[in-house]
Design a protein around this ligand. Structure first.
Ligand SMILES: Nc1nc2c(c(=O)[nH]1)N[C@H]1C(S)=C(S)[C@@H](COP(=O)(O)O)O[C@H]1N2
Ligand SMILES: [Mo]
Length: 534
């Protein structure tokens, strides 16, 4: 069944001029935050086509900043804090220790966020439904390393003891880091490990080379990459990212309120375990079936993935074609188990008569796990757009092309800035309808007039450095030289875009507030009259 895509690894032209210009990447990965930092997912049909194990080159990537350049020979991991025997281990030391190796599904808490963004913009970028992948990971149990550092198995782990993980990537708000409880770390059945191999080879730079945390059953965000520090403490991690990322806040809390009232520090809203989720991969978005191609007995096989968190097994996946009146039970594959737990996704499929699409307007899927958790019918918006797991809906359209009548399928969204999707259309319609009353939403638009100066691309290109930095966003030119030192996303983030059109990068990650702030740097419009019309 698995049809592995050939690994085509070259430096992508989009990485030239960024700090990641040394990392080979698969050209088919969809980039979600423009050129840099690198955040990507595979096209959903391509991901499923790989089968149960995702080739490393197509595994989704979530990097908050540039990838640190580390070497196996010089890298060290320090284990300190509340331990009787602090350690500093080299990679060779670590690779000599007993290891475990098993397949694990990784999933970013932001998987399916674009659907949330279509309801209302969250503070995150547009993940489609492929921020999920499965690889075979090999490494040393964390428990084993902690024992070497003097943590005893019979220690009375109080609730207040934690293990904090730190990466070497220094970001605008400090080092990336997070934590779990010591009790969790020491539980043999939880399989927590320090991994140095993926799919039988050393880690790739994007996945944490030379070493990263692996914590099965939970969101990817806690599996710190480029790991160099493990500390046993009485407090959870003090990394900014531990508090300001990977949380589901209640739906009535917006960014301003969250910051003003410190919602980030309320323990209830932190995410550990994944929730139950599923998606449809076949039919794919924009897949077409001509009526002429099927007879009264032809069949179509629906396919997709499902997963849950905390080692909970997927027990059923159901499909409805009549808005939830009846549910069809699908077949499940690849129920991988380890010590009675499931750390992996499950593929599902369901054969239906092709003509049943004709009477239906929507295919909808929901999964159940062994705790009888299932997916909610409707989406509940949250500020970070995380853990979206509402029923996955694919619309069915009957379209006439001349003499031909076809069925065309439409997914809710397409990853990143890619157009298409019924939620995207709905969103655009709503925006159009609310535009006259609400024009200044795009503050920059309201400011420009025909009298404003015009600059050609050639002119903008000259202003490409720290002392003189212009950028183009949505055909408007901004002089953001003064803003460089105070940019919340760091100076490099602006400088790698100096003198260029970075609409995609900017729009992917900035809030409405940031957009309003940008307007103050507006100096004129892009003169693109000399560009050939497409
Ligand atoms: N040091 C470090 N670790 C990190 C991150 C990061 O930016 N820096 N991103 C996290 C997030 S949010 C996710 S979802 C996973 C993604 O792992 P992957 O890129 O190997 O798929 O890594 C996590 N670990
Ligand atoms: Mo993530």
């Amino acid at each position: 069944m698995a049809e592995q895509t050939e690994v085509l690894e070259q430096i992508d032209p989009r990485d030239i001029g960024t700090p990641d210009n040394w990392i080979p990447r698969h050209p088919e990965l969809i980039r979600l935050t423009g050129k840099h930092p690198f955040n990507c997912e595979a096209p959903l049909p391509l991901l499923l086509k790989q089968g149960f194990i995702t080739p490393t080159s197509l595994h989704y990537v979530r990097n908050h900043g540039p990838v640190p350049k580390l070497s196996w020979d010089t890298h060290k991991v320090v284990i300190d804090g509340d331990v009787s025997n602090p350690l500093t281990l080299s990679m060779d030391d670590i690779a000599k220790l007993p290891y475990i190796e098993f397949p694990l599904t990784f999933c970013c808490a932001g998987n399916r966020r674009k659907e949330q963004n279509m309801v209302k913009k969250t503070i995150g970028f547009n993940w489609g439904a492929a921020a999920v992948s499965t690889a075979i990971w090999k490494g040393v149990p964390l428990r084993y390393i902690l024992q070497l550092a003097g943590v005893k198995n019979d220690d009375n782990y109080e609730k207040t003891r934690y293990v904090c993980f730190g990466g070497t990537d220094k970001l605008p708000n400090g080092y990336y880091g997070t934590s779990i409880t010591l009790k969790w770390a020491m539980d043999e059945e939880k399989d927590v490990m320090l991994a140095y191999e993926i799919n039988g080879k050393r880690l790739t730079p994007d996945h944490g080379y030379p070493i990263r945390m692996i914590i099965p059953g939970i969101i990817g965000g806690r599996m710190v990459k480029w790991l160099d520090k493990i500390s046993v403490t009485n407090k959870e991690s003090d990394s900014w990212y531990h508090f300001h990322d990977n949380r589901v806040l209640p739906p009535n809390v917006d960014a301003e309120r969250a910051n003003k009232e410190n919602w980030w520090y309320i323990p209830n809203y932190i995410i550990y375990d994944l929730n139950v989720n599923s998606a449809i991969a076949a039919p794919a978005h924009d897949e077409v079936i001509p009526f002429s191609s099927f007879s009264s007995d032809s069949e179509y096989t629906l396919r997709g993935y499902a997963y849950s968190g905390g080692g909970r097994k997927i027990t059923r996946v159901e499909v409805t074609l009549d808005d939830g009146k009846t549910w069809l039970l699908s077949d499940l594959f690849d129920l991988e188990e380890r010590n009675g737990r499931t750390w992996c996704w499950t593929f599902w499929s369901l054969k239906i008569p092709t003509h049943s699409f004709v009477r239906s307007s929507e295919i909808r899927v929901r999964a159940w796990d062994c705790s009888q958790n299932t997916q909610p019918e409707n989406l509940t918006w949250n500020l970070m757009g995380m853990m979206n797991n509402c029923h996955y809906r694919v619309k069915i359209h009957v379209i006439t092309y001349g003499k031909d009548v076809v069925l065309r399928f439409e997914h809710p969204t397409q990853a990143g800035n890619n157009p298409g999707g019924w939620m995207v259309r709905q969103h655009e319609l709503e925006q159009k309808q609310s535009a006259p009353a609400n024009a200044p939403a795009n503050a920059s638009k309201s400011e420009s007039s025909s009298k404003d100066p015009k600059y050609t691309m050639e002119q903008v290109k000259q202003h490409n450095n720290e002392k003189d930095c212009w950028i183009i966003i949505d055909k408007k030119v901004y002089d953001c030289t003064k803003f460089i030192p105070i940019h919340p996303g760091g100076t490099t983030a602006i400088l790698i875009n100096a003198g260029t059109d970075c609409s995609e990068e900017f729009n992917a990650i900035h809030s409405d507030k940031a957009k309003k702030r940008l307007a103050t740097f507006y100096i004129g419009d892009l003169d693109d009259s000399k560009r050939p019309k497409l």
